[in-house]
Design a binder for this molecule. Sequence first.
Ligand code: MOS
Length: 713
Amino acid sequence: MKHDMIGDPLNRVDGRLKVTGGATYSGEYKIPGLTYGVLVPATITSGTLVSMDTKAAERAPGVLAVITPFNAPKVPGFQPGAAKPVKGLKLFNDDQVHFNGQPIALVVAETFERATYAASLVKATYKAAPFETDFHKNFDKGVVPNEGKYKDYVRGEADAYKNAPVIVEQDYMLPSEMHNPMELHVTIAFWDGDDKVTLYTKSQGVIGSQRAIAGAFGLDPANVQINSRFVGGAFGSSLRTWPHEFAAVQAAKLVKRPVKLTLTREQMFTLVGYRPLTIQKIGLGAAADGKLVGITHESHSQTAVYEEFTENAVNVSRFLYASPNANTRYKVVPLNVGVPAPMRGPGEATGSFALESALDELSYKLKLDPIELRLRNYTYTDPERNLPWSSKFLKECYQQGSERIGWDKRPAEPGTLRDGEWMVGYGIGCGAFGAYRSKTSAKIKLLPDGTVNIQSATSDIGPGTATSMTLIAADTLGIPADKITFELGNSSFPVAPTQGGSQTCSSVGSAVHDVCVALKQKLNSLAGLPTDSTAAIDYSSILQKLNLPVLELTQDSQAGDEAKNYSMYSFSAHFAQVYVHPLTGVVKVKKLVAVVDGGKIVNRKTASSQMIGGAVGGLGMVLTEEAVFDDRYGRYVNGNFADYHVPVNADVPDIEAIFIDKPDPIINPVGSKGLGEISLIGVAAAVANAVYNATGKRIRELPITPDKILTTT
Ligand code: MOS
């Protein structure tokens, strides 16, 4: 029988539903008796709530409840000494205001419009305290996070770069960037009695959400049902359960009706995380032949006063290049702002922008081609952990990418290549992201008609998880993909990890592979064959012959000791060709080529889309995205899609994704290492380096807007 195979370009199995409006997103469920919650934001940036006047709001038409810190029912997990304490901001649990926009009340009404109107009537009296939101002013208040992995790292000698013959020492800055998925963050919650609750919520991990809600409200997780079948983008903003989700559950309990709470676009600038403003210092020292003598990488980024957010900003400098000496330092600066969150390629995208920019600067000082410089510092083992790579084909990435972008046309001397009025340049930026695999379970059902259903409590925030899982199942079972349905986004399905850290294909893919193998073995034994027989058998006739209405199996799958014995990473090399207009400072990216060693590529088509999407995110990071803060008031001034510029179609060039497509022999049975983050990591540096190559202007503060091109000398 002809069957679909791993690597095939399978169309999205839910593509038709998505483009026809047939896909129901969390906020779109029609729940009988639905009510609407609207949050009231604090208008001070730090201080105490003295009193609140909610009478007018309570009397407004259609209002069911106004929840404030002065009347909110207690949430068990918010209390000191709770068995499962909730991390971070605990809404309505005390009178403290930590940042501007922190919700101080939730109005629940019969309609969204009535809730919105009533929310405008809530009055608060504050005792304002001095606040700190200015990162630059508070730079020296940076602290090393408590967690062990963020302690200072030294290999060989610290700051060894300072004594090298050729030195680069520079600071690189990136502003806060917002995830800004198209879909707003939304939760619908309703209770069944006092001990059971159901949520439709935007989530990257329904099991994580289930545990968080159960912990906060002291419920048996089995009594918390989380649904998140379709997610309209998240990029890391739905990795955790946020305050508004707890608030929706709390409100639904109080009004004894289903409550829908949707954040506004502006509220998403403060309440669901962001990539933190970061300043990094890189010191690179090399011998005249380009061999690195020392790498120093220090990073300061913002966090909230009420919760510490950390990410791997400096780690890439420990292992991406061979250097006998390397040291890193990582600090966070607590401010009166909402807490940051992982954002696609968290930390690594930030760190790689700085490291790969500095390396580019070094290449010009050495008068060495940037690719040649990377080759001279190539590592065949992980210098940080002193372990072999599970697989690494970064050299192949350099080679294929340089061919596709036309690297031979790159001028060695910056600012010397023109096309009409435009200055033309080429750049490379590389990245790495850990290849992770978590324990995952999947359930398979085979019906007598030969169709197969697989369930696992994973998510799909865009990569096309159900599609790639269908392909793995089709290949493993040897049947056509259209005989298979894969279901996700439901907490009652077998346990799967949160869709984060580029681990879904590896984790869930392994469970799907393993449960399919288990099914085949079972069918072999039912057919009287040895379990490992590879003889062709007709699945449905076995069930029919034995009169079995269904054959059902659940299988756990998890890694062994691989991660202890190998360093496992996906690698990327991004290439950019840019045109810069000397009079207007406009940067046009003409072509991007993303070359990736992500192990085996499961679905060529969705994998390409994944790479293109990540590259667009990288374009936003390098050219347009910046959450602008007004430190006089502690508020963002561009909390909307009109003023916060995400790339639109007109900004997006020809983007080509190339895969090395060699299975990793170690990580999992499929050999896939993950693409989600690596698709973005390195793009910003590739473009910034191309801008330098075109103009001779080194922009070290993102985004590279026309004013910076014109004012940099
Ligand atoms: Mo990704 S930032 O782990 O959703």
